[in-house]
Ligand binder design. Structure first.
Ligand code: UD1
Length: 415
């Protein structure tokens, strides 16, 4: 089995160029289903999850051509209304095809999603929104079928600003009759990047006072769009700099998207410099402890919670982190404990008492972000660690070993 071999306890020094955002690229590819014209997407990262969505789209009848970071999605004949189980089961984001398919074809049949095993992650809000737009929803076994002659605009209030549900409803509402208002909509940068793409395709969407206002159109057209930089990748490498006592610059980022992380890292004593599209992080002494909670944007992102906890395990004192987005997102802390970290988890709250040193371990990446957290811990730990189940890391980090090696990380991909 392929695995990383990491010899830790050395500072990372240098500059990393950040890839396009996975969570923006995935819905952008799905949005191509809303038109027969060609949609070209630039700055698309080479990731397993992106490959999965492209396979999903092409299995539905689209013609997908990939050339490096550019993906062109064109009409390949008729679009099918039934998504194959394999793809959707592999990755939750594939479920996003449901709304666009029913909006275009009047019918969609999609299996229930798989993806990261980090909590219930139900799709009730997606279905609530699509029902409100007039779709008849039936669930049989592991499959959802939606039927609607036409979708009609509606006022939909989300009890929680779900990223996926907001994207699902916004895409579908673009082809509905009349206006849709999504109250309490998610407005993560990746959601707003999708909104920008949909508007470039002829959609009429505005974000005002916590709501997305979507004016439906009979058709959308093709366009060309570059996805935003990946704030989760950038945040991970900034934390890698902090955990190794390094001096790392991440380049090609939007600092505004990382505002809360940067303020937490400076509160921990890291020195941060921002220049045009780049952020440099240096750390002098051991980091100070902090207390934080994860929350929808602009709150602290749940996807950076595992890397942050890895860093806090080396802070001088007691920190606490409360996970408010996903249940069961602390299981990886068992591996950090094997490495010498002092972490107690009670429900959705972790208390981390910083230690001087971590030591090496042999572990498996449980999911994308927990996998990244274990890589960071191993880069800081004394001795040689191995991390396997790299398929998880490959889902969300482009060329992680090469990028870390380019800044002095002693990490090899073996097997
Ligand atoms: C997206 C991101 C993921 C990130 C998450 C939260 C993508 C491809 N993935 O996932 O990396 O961690 O946002 O920022 O963009 N929920 C329901 N019912 C629903 C939908 C969600 O109960 O219908 C719950 C989920 O179980 C979870 C929470 O809401 O506890 C957040 O989910 P959501 O914001 O929808 O995240 P995703 O879109 O799945």
């Amino acid at each position: 089995m392929e695995h990383f071999v990491i010899r830790g306890d050395r500072p990372l020094l240098g500059t990393i160029t950040i890839s396009g955002a996975k969570n923006a690229a995935l819905p952008a590819c799905v949005a191509s289903l809303l038109t027969d014209d060609e949609v070209t997407i630039d700055h698309v990262p080479r990731l397993r999850d992106v490959q999965t969505i492209l396979s999903t789209i092409s299995s539905l009848g689209k013609l997908v051509v990939r050339d490096g970071e550019r993906v062109s999605i064109a009409c390949g004949g008729e679009i099918h209304s039934e998504a194959q189980a394999g793809f959707v089961e592999q990755m939750r984001a594939s479920f996003l095809v449901l709304g666009p398919l029913v909006a275009r074809l009047g019918r969609a049949l999609v299996p229930l999603p798989g993806g990261c095993k980090i909590g219930a992650r139900s799709v009730d809000l997606h279905l609530h929104g699509l029902r409100a737009l007039g779709a008849r929803v039936t669930e049989k076994g592991n499959t959802v079928t939606l039927v609607a002659k036409h979708l009609r605009g509606a006022r939909i209030s989300l009890p929680f600003p779900s990223v996926g549900a907001t994207e699902q409803i916004a895409m579908s509402a673009c082809l509905a009759k009349g206006e849709t208002v999504i109250e309490n909509a998610a407005w993560e940068p990746e959601v707003m990047d999708l909104v920008a793409l949909l508007n470039d395709m002829g959609g009429e969407i505005e974000y005002r006072d916590g709501s997305l206002h979507v004016r439906g159109r009979p058709t959308l057209h093709g366009t060309r769009h570059a996805v935003i930089p990946d704030r989760m990748e950038a945040g991970t490498y900034l934390i890698a700099s902090a955990i190794t006592g390094g001096d790392v610059t991440v380049r090609g980022v939007v600092p505004e998207h990382l505002r809360l992380l940067l303020s937490i890292l400076s509160e921990m004593g890291c020195k941060i410099e921002e220049t045009d599209g780049a952020i440099r992080l240096t750390r002098g002494s051991r980091p100070h402890p902090i207390d934080t909670i994860t929350a929808p944007y602009p709150g602290f992102p749940t996807d950076l919670q595992p890397p942050l906890v890895a860093l806090l395990s080396l802070a001088q004192g007691k920190s606490s982190v409360e996970e408010r987005i996903f249940e069961h997102r602390f299981t990886y802390t068992a591996t950090l404990r094997q490495m010498g970290a002092r972490i107690t988890v009670s429900g959705r709250r972790a208390v981390i008492t910083g230690v001087d040193k971590l030591h090496a371990t042999a572990a498996s990446a449980p999911d994308i972000r927990a996998g990244a957290a274990l890589v960071l811990a191993a880069l800081a730990a004394q001795g040689e660690s191995t991390i396997d189940n790299l398929e998880q890391i490959d889902r969300g980090y482009e060329h992680m070993a090469q990028k870390l090696r380019s800044i002095g990380g002693d990490i090899e991909r073996v097997g």
